[in-house]
Design a protein around this ligand. Sequence first.
Ligand code: FAD
Length: 467
Amino acid sequence: APLILWFRRDLRLADNPMLAEAVASGRPLLPVFILDPETEALGAAPKWRLGLGLEVFARALEAVGSRLVLRRGPALQVLADLAAEVGAVGVRWGRLYERGWRARDEGVKAGLKARGLEAVSHPGHTIHEPWEVETGQGGFYRVYTPFWRAVRDRPVGGPLPTPKEVRPVSVWPASDRLEDWRLGQAMVRGAGVVARHVGVGEAVARARLAGFLDGPVDRYAALRDVPAEAVTSGLSENLTYGEISARTVWHAGMRALDEGRAGAAKFLQELVWREFAWHLLHHTPEIALRNWRGEWDAFPWRGDSPEAELWRRGMTGEPFVDAAMREMFVTGTMHNRARMIAASYLTKHLLTDWRVGQAWFEDCLIDWDPAANALGWQWVAGSGPDAAPYFRIFNPATQAGKFDADSVYRRRFVAELSRDPGAEALAFFEAAPRSWGLSPRQRYPAAVVSLVAGRERALAAYGQRNK
Ligand code: FAD
């Protein structure tokens, strides 16, 4: 009797514990992806990117003699129906650790067991399960550095081999057509523009890792904060959809470290920020929802506002910030330094609640990750674990002088700043919704707030909170 493999954010054949164990069982396997209400709730860009990932992954399964069956509906219902259709003995999946998904998965597990079916979950989304890394007292880490020290020397299993063949079921149940799901429908921001920048699927992810280790890693430590330089791995979008395992990236990074490559240690540390984010989201799911430090509830955050809308549109009149926001529009990602500057500007100079920015990133990023996005925003806002103190306010102009000294990044994405704007700067106007009424011939807007006034207002608000 077959086993059902419920794929979610693990769209890969290599180093996939669920798949490897299922293949080893010798049973026929029925891979399925379910468009359930939790998946329907994804932001526009992540949902669109998911569709691209599913298309490539379905082909990868076909190449090993299998298929990806697509079904829509509440997960438990879909799985129970499929199990009845093919006479499956049970369902397997890779664990996810965000609160809503966990609640869903627990419900599915209980429901399947009540129907007499096996329900088994597997690790695979992170290097270590979020609860495996513990402090000496058996608690969880709130500060990155000791977390890193705890992770650094922990043995890491895998990578598991890629199955050459995935045994099919004898009769394939009906599948939805991916086109009919219209996963890109909400992607009003020109999907055609962002499509020029995505890198979808396992083969691309592996090539990215190899390409990164082939050269850029050597300059990573020195230049990873310079957004105009392409020295980071670009793997976040693939890690998000599980097109490559974090363990695979870890092992490759460790080999580079052993070979004495300059940026390898720093790269591994960054990868462990992802682990730390999942560790925190697992232990404190509210990190994605409210101020991690409760005392921040008294802070006079402003909600959404016309200024925040200008921020979203890349029209604040602050070049580094606007370049960052437009980069996200055009490419679906944003350089890490730029994320910090854009987030700092919104939460400090515009005194806006970090959740306004978090939500916009969730809608725009093809590498959207609930853990890293929440931690990133709370870290910048000052309300999160191991956060930068609020009063340390990035000055975007000074930051630009340091990390974009030749204006290459700002000019690459802000057409109004150059006489002869390049393709990426112009692509922003192609990608922006028509209703915004933007044109590359417009004058660059005046600053929505002066850097001095914005900083003083933020500090005054902070001083009051502390009274
Ligand atoms: P590399 O520098 O090559 O790093 C390798 C991998 O390490 C990345 O792919 C990523 O998985 C992980 N990583 C690196 N930096 C961080 C970090 N600071 N936190 C967590 N993981 C990290 N990352 C996301 O993947 N999704 C998000 O939604 C997201 N939102 C963010 C929001 C804010 C406000 C901030 C400040 C950061 C956010 N990050 C997010 C983290 C970081 O900016 C991206 O992971 C990074 O820019 C991805 O580029 P890369 O793959 O080339 O990274």
